[in-house]
Design a protein around this ligand. Structure first.
Ligand code: FAD
Length: 317
């Protein structure tokens, strides 16, 4: 007789897996924005997310504020930061030094991105620079390998971007999936998606990716859909069309309260559809504001692991 499977023997391992939860923040540009951000950080911290990601200006312009924010998250909160890093704006040598520095400060998660090219520029291989996110994944893995002994407390989690709708420079959605597969082969552990506005877009990405052999978790990046201006701006930047019905409903709303109710409902529907399609969790683009993000979270009722409530290590505000 064969021994019982691990899952049968341990009821806690069977049943539905908990959902991952994470938020995106960006480094603040002014002292007032910094103070607001810390209110948001404390509110988000109380929801016990798995990690918070910190964006990186494509030109490396906000490098110091990004590193400062990552360090403060590590030393003053219980949150685990995921550092975004881009090929654009840095040489390979500089990137290796930044990765080393991040690891030395205790960062254990990096989102490896190419970054947006300056207006109208074409991707091109420059000696000493990295062309694609895949190259950055490989560079991170090389730095990690050199520091294996120092990292014995855990490996570095490397994330990459995935696109429910075609990347603006890409010839097709199939090509995007080939790129995602290449990033996985180079050592990516998971992917976070670009914003999307229609439930079927995530489901179709998941189906395309799994057919092509992508096995890593694809975490839907969901943006609280409460501002027409932001919807349209992000839609243009990412090359995705917001739902005209939602834009109309938000534009016709009488006040901010009604806009928030409409937007939160639409966001919850989108996130719920992604979870029903098999998403392993949700990554919320917060724009450094916690109100709508927490409303969405409240209504989504994610299945989360039970963890002891942690007390802040220190509040230096
Ligand atoms: P890549 O995967 O390198 O793809 C870029 C383009 O090149 C695509 O069209 C792809 O099809 C093509 N391509 C890739 N590899 C190959 C290959 N081997 N051969 C031929 N073609 C190839 N930008 C920032 O500046 N800072 C941020 O903090 C930031 N955070 C982001 C977070 C998320 C979750 C997402 C989804 C995007 C983020 N971006 C950020 C935007 C991102 O930098 C842009 O979307 C950028 O245009 C592409 O980045 P990528 O990592 O997907 O690049």
């Amino acid at each position: 007789m064969s021994p019982p499977s691990l899952l049968q023997a341990h009821p806690k391992l069977s049943g539905t897996a908990p959902n991952a939860l994470s938020y995106e923040l960006y480094p603040p540009r002014t002292p007032a924005a910094l103070a607001n951000l810390w209110t948001t950080i404390r509110e988000l911290e109380s929801t016990n997310p798995d990690y918070v990601s910190v964006t990186y200006g494509a030109s490396g312009s906000n490098r110091n504020t990004a590193v400062e924010l990552l360090n403060r998250l590590l030393t003053e909160t219980t949150l685990r930061p995921l550092a975004h890093l881009t090929c654009v704006g840095n040489t390979a040598q500089e990137l290796a030094a930044i990765v080393t520095d991040l690891l030395d400060h205790g960062v254990r998660g990096i989102l490896a991105l190419r970054g947006d090219l300056p207006n109208g520029a074409q991707p091109q291989h420059r000696p000493g620079s990295l062309t694609y996110a895949q190259d950055l994944v490989e560079l991170i893995r090389r730095v990690e390998q050199r520091r294996t002994a120092l990292l014995c407390a855990g490996k570095v989690a490397v994330g990459v971007a995935a696109y429910p709708k075609k990347h603006p420079e890409s010839p097709s959605e199939e090509h995007d999936v080939e790129v995602l597969l290449a990033k996985q082969r180079s050592g990516a552990d998971f992917a976070i998606t670009q914003v999307f506005f229609h439930p079927s877009e995530y489901e179709e990405l998941l189906a395309r990716a799994r057919r092509a052999g992508v096995t890593i978790p694809l975490i839907p990046g969901v943006m609280p859909l409460t501002s027409v201006r932001r919807l349209q701006r992000l839609g243009t930047l990412a090359g995705v069309e917001p739902s005209p019905d939602l834009v109309r409903a938000l534009a016709a709303a009488d006040d901010d309260g009604e806009r928030r109710r409409i937007g939160v409902r639409a966001t919850v529907d989108l996130a719920r559809a992604a979870l029903d399609a098999g998403a392993p969790g949700i990554h919320l683009y917060t724009f450094n504001e916690h109100g709508a993000a927490l409303d969405v979270l409240d209504k989504l009722q994610l299945l989360r692991p039970e963890r002891p409530r942690s007390v802040h290590r220190q509040s230096a505000l």
